[in-house]
Unconditional design. Structure first.
Length: 301
């Protein structure tokens, strides 16, 4: 790439990163977007609950977004990984996996997260298809189906309250029924929500469509779909290497202006919000771009 110095570098080119780049491009800010093309939702067949794009594939949404951002000449794209970042004389120096170095005044982390798959045979193949994480993103498509919730305690109870409005056939699969208090158990019973206190060892499926859950005691039960709560990690360690603080749940800590705890570093999208959705990522990126443009304007005016 001919240019090495920019006003803004965005690491991560999915919905949050592209939305940030669009706002900055329309403000004629010299911007570099670094992305390796490995979004966490690439296996998900359709994206929902995003106005004007409901039911589109995640890739189609991203492709349209990138083509629109690319129309702005001040935005440049780099296909690859950002390996490291460091502050250098009030600017940020980003080194890629190929050893190329880029410099910018402001840095945006839109790197998303990586789901950590459990050691359940078949889980990975079903993830995002018939085993899902979010009632808002997937719930309507699996309404009225025989549904399992693979989660424990408070999170299982929270999901059950949302899912019961979408289907009357809800069963919680938990390794520890004792994590529910007496009030929660009473509410679950009133709503005819069963609890199976077993560990899942495998998922029987056909091309990612769940057929049954197989438990560690060798028994099984048929289900059409499942919600699951699984841990995650950040796609990149750059936030940690720069000294950014994190929330108790592992997200990058940001203030209402999408600023991290490190001056000049912003974060948006799934890496800094528990609300995992395309719409939320786009909103966060749009706002981040506006905040950065405002700061750059004040600094140069």
């Amino acid at each position: 790439m001919a240019h090495t110095e920019f006003e803004v570098i965005i690491i991560g080119g999915s919905y949050a990163g592209l939305s940030t780049a669009l706002t900055l491009g329309r403000s004629r800010r010299k911007t570099l977007l670094i992305d390796a093309g490995q979004p966490c939702n690439q296996q998900t067949p359709h994206s929902h609950n995003f106005l004007t794009q409901d039911g589109m594939t995640p890739k189609d949404i991203a492709d349209v977004a990138k083509s629109q951002v690319a129309k702005y000449p001040s935005v440049h794209f780099y296909n690859g990984f950002a390996n490291s970042a460091k502050r250098s004389q009030e600017k940020f120096e980003i080194t890629t996996s190929n050893g190329e170095i880029f410099i910018a005044k402001k840095l945006v982390l839109a790197t998303g997260i990586k789901d950590l798959m459990p050691t359940i045979t078949g889980f990975n193949e079903c993830w995002g298809i018939s085993v899902v994480h979010c009632p808002y993103c997937h719930g309507y498509e699996i309404r009225n189906k025989n549904t399992a919730i693979i989660a424990n305690g408070e999170h299982a109870f929270h999901l059950a309250a949302l899912v019961i409005n979408l289907t009357s056939k809800v069963t919680i699969i938990t390794a520890n029924k004792d994590q529910f208090n007496e009030h929660q158990l009473k509410i679950l019973k009133q709503n005819n929500i069963r609890i199976i206190e077993k560990d899942v060892s495998a998922i029987r499926h056909q091309n990612g469509q769940l057929k049954s859950l197989i438990f560690k005691d060798a028994t099984s039960e048929d289900f059409d779909c499942a919600y699951a709560s699984i841990p995650f990690e950040l796609h990149s360690n750059i936030a940690a290497s720069l000294g950014c603080e994190f929330t108790e749940h592992g997200h990058i800590k940001v203030n209402p202006m999408q600023k991290t705890t490190v001056e000049g570093v912003f974060a948006c999208g799934d890496n800094s919000s528990p609300m995992r959705s395309v719409a939320n990522a786009v909103q966060g990126g749009n706002f981040t771009g506006a905040v950065i443009n405002n700061e750059l304007s004040k600094e140069s005016f």
